[in-house]
Design a protein around this ligand. Structure first.
Ligand SMILES: NC(=O)c1ccc[n+]([C@@H]2O[C@H](COP(=O)([O-])OP(=O)(O)OC[C@H]3O[C@@H](n4cnc5c(N)ncnc54)[C@H](OP(=O)(O)O)[C@@H]3O)[C@@H](O)[C@H]2O)c1
Length: 241
């Protein structure tokens, strides 16, 4: 039986991926701050779903991840979905700094712990949900877009480190476009996707051990052209969403 740990399984994309893995017979450890949501997941397959309340911004989260791996009885896949993000054109310091705390500090803490576990074990698969938002700095969401770019680069670095140290660790960096989850709130977004097809694409990408996966095809095209926009033009574009 395959074993996975999903951090950020209480809602949105992480929860949907958890449901798919449960359906496919995986044994999973699920974490997040909202205990009720974790316990609801556990009721689906009590013998195969292990909940743990973990706040990735806290120092003890690394030890809590190790404890959860032990509870599950091992880990083949580490799946990181935890993240926060909001528009913050006013640059409110608490929003900017909390975003960095979760998407950078918490991300490093958990992904590095998973890397070291796989290093000791002799291999494994690390998958993270970053975003297409890291493609270029977005004026109305500075911390969000910058932290997502950070995540892309951090995974690039670990992928090189893994080869350098001759470790058998695989990486998948999942970069979705807009998905209808709590993270977006009630705002209207173009090309909004539902969580179910996004999670299905993610699970397929994990099976194929894709290194980077932009979801979906429309966003792959968008990102292709987005990357071609020169800086002088990008900085003048009135991007609001
Ligand atoms: N929705 C989109 O359009 C979109 C697009 C591209 C990328 N993404 C990325 O997808 C990931 C999942 O987001 P989502 O859209 O599914 O939104 P979501 O429903 O708000 O899910 C966010 C998850 O992150 C967890 N989380 C937040 N802060 C945490 C903390 N301090 N410690 C532990 N867990 C924490 C939440 O759990 P608790 O609140 O229970 O802690 C929740 O399970 C994020 O990284 C997001 O940036 C989303």
């Amino acid at each position: 039986m395959k074993k996975a740990i999903i951090i950020g399984a209480t809602s949105g994309i992480g929860r949907e991926v958890a449901l798919l893995l449960i359906e496919r017979g995986w044994q999973i450890g699920v974490a997040g701050r909202r205990e009720e949501a974790l316990l609801r997941l556990q009721t689906i397959a009590p013998e195969r779903v292990f909940p743990a309340v973990i706040d990735i911004t806290r120092v003890e989260a690394a030890e809590q991840l190790e404890a959860l791996i032990n509870k599950v009885g091992g880990m083949d896949l580490y799946f990181h979905s935890s993240g926060i993000g909001s528009q913050n054109a006013e640059l409110k310091p608490d929003i900017e700094l909390n975003t960095a705390r979760t998407n950078v500090e918490g991300f490093i803490r958990m992904v590095a712990t998973a890397f070291n576990f796989f290093k000791r074990q002799g291999g494994g698969h690390i998958a993270v949900i970053s975003s297409i938002a890291g493609t270029k700095g977005i004026g109305v969401a500075p911390a969000y877009s910058a932290t997502k770019r950070f995540q892309n680069t951090y995974i690039d670095a670990l992928a090189q480190l893994s080869r350098l140290q001759k470790l058998n660790i695989r990486f998948t960096d999942i970069r979705p476009g807009f998905v209808a989850t709590d993270l977006l709130g009630d705002r209207n977004y173009p090309m909004l996707m539902k969580t179910a097809p996004v999670a299905k694409d993610i699970v397929q990408s994990l099976q194929k051990k894709r290194r980077i996966r932009i979801i979906d095809g429309r966003y792959r095209l968008l990102v292709f052209f987005w990357r071609l926009i020169p800086r002088w033009l990008w900085e003048r574009l009135p991007v609001k969403n």
